[in-house]
Design a protein around this ligand. Structure first.
Ligand SMILES: NC(=O)c1ccc[n+]([C@@H]2O[C@H](COP(=O)([O-])OP(=O)(O)OC[C@H]3O[C@@H](n4cnc5c(N)ncnc54)[C@H](OP(=O)(O)O)[C@@H]3O)[C@@H](O)[C@H]2O)c1
Length: 221
């Protein structure tokens, strides 16, 4: 599994959780291969401090994507289109599952607001730019990044899964449910993903307006 932007906030959490709790080979992707190597070493050290000996691979984004069976996008929204186009140009999208955690947001003095691309959501943009045969999904949008990355944190949240079809949705739900403390729920086809993505700025705004709620998440009961 390659996490493109595995050097950033959400990327860090996804890398350490999947490395700590599953048997997937995890590749930290970055635009800069040496930055990926540094971050992978840092993550390995953190896992060692938790008594987990796990190798984390690293590469530039294109190499990481080409070597993986699952590609997770964890980069800023405005760079998703270019990043997918680069993967297409380099012909590395050859049947991998492509997952987006990315949300378009704009902040002002009142809070953070949903700011999707014109196609309606970043996940749909990913599906539009990838080869038509690419299985595409959206998940991990509403997770609190600090708690995701903190293996000691009390963490019991849901994440909503949208995907191109039911088979891909079930594949992603099974993948997420390999993690101990994150429950995956289906939110149906890609057409529903704008509603899912739009919860992320709301969660971050709630965190900002409420003391001791820095890392709120969503749980459906
Ligand atoms: N609660 C949350 O905050 C939350 C939860 C889930 C998902 N998300 C979404 O996750 C995405 C990433 O958020 P984040 O806070 O992790 O972002 P971030 O830390 O600011 O950036 C993630 C990584 O993106 C890469 N990057 C920066 N500029 C780039 C460019 N021009 N082209 C390609 N890659 C670039 C950088 O990696 P390199 O420099 O190593 O290439 C960086 O480490 C956002 O879209 C966000 O909406 C946020």
């Amino acid at each position: 599994m390659a996490i493109l932007g595995g050097t950033g906030n959400i990327g860090e959490g996804l890398v350490v959780r999947f490395a700590a709790e599953t048997s997937h080979t995890i590749i930290v992707g970055s635009r800069d291969a040496s930055k990926a190597a540094d971050r992978a070493n840092e993550y390995e050290s953190r896992l060692t401090n938790h008594g987990i000996e796990q190798t984390i691979d690293h590469a530039d984004n294109t190499t990481a994507a080409g070597d993986a069976d699952i590609i997770v996008l964890a980069i800023p929204p405005h760079h998703v289109g270019d990043t997918i186009e680069e993967l297409v140009d380099q012909e590395v999208l050859t049947g991998q599952l492509l997952i987006s955690s990315v949300v378009g947001m704009q902040g002002d003095e009142l809070g953070l607001h949903f700011d999707p691309p014109s196609v309606g959501s970043v996940t749909e943009l990913v599906a539009e730019r990838a080869p038509a045969s690419t299985a595409t999904a959206g998940v991990f949008h509403n997770l609190a990044t600090d708690r995701l990355a903190d293996l000691d944190a009390d963490f019991d949240v849901d994440t909503l899964v949208v995907a191109t079809d039911e088979e891909v949705r079930q594949q992603v739900i099974a993948l997420v449910n390999e993690l101990a403390r994150i429950r995956a729920l289906s939110a149906g086809p890609l057409a529903n993903v704008a509603e899912v993505e739009s919860v992320t700025p709301l969660v971050i705004t709630i965190a900002g307006y409420n003391d001791n709620r820095h890392d709120v998440g969503v749980r459906f009961t």
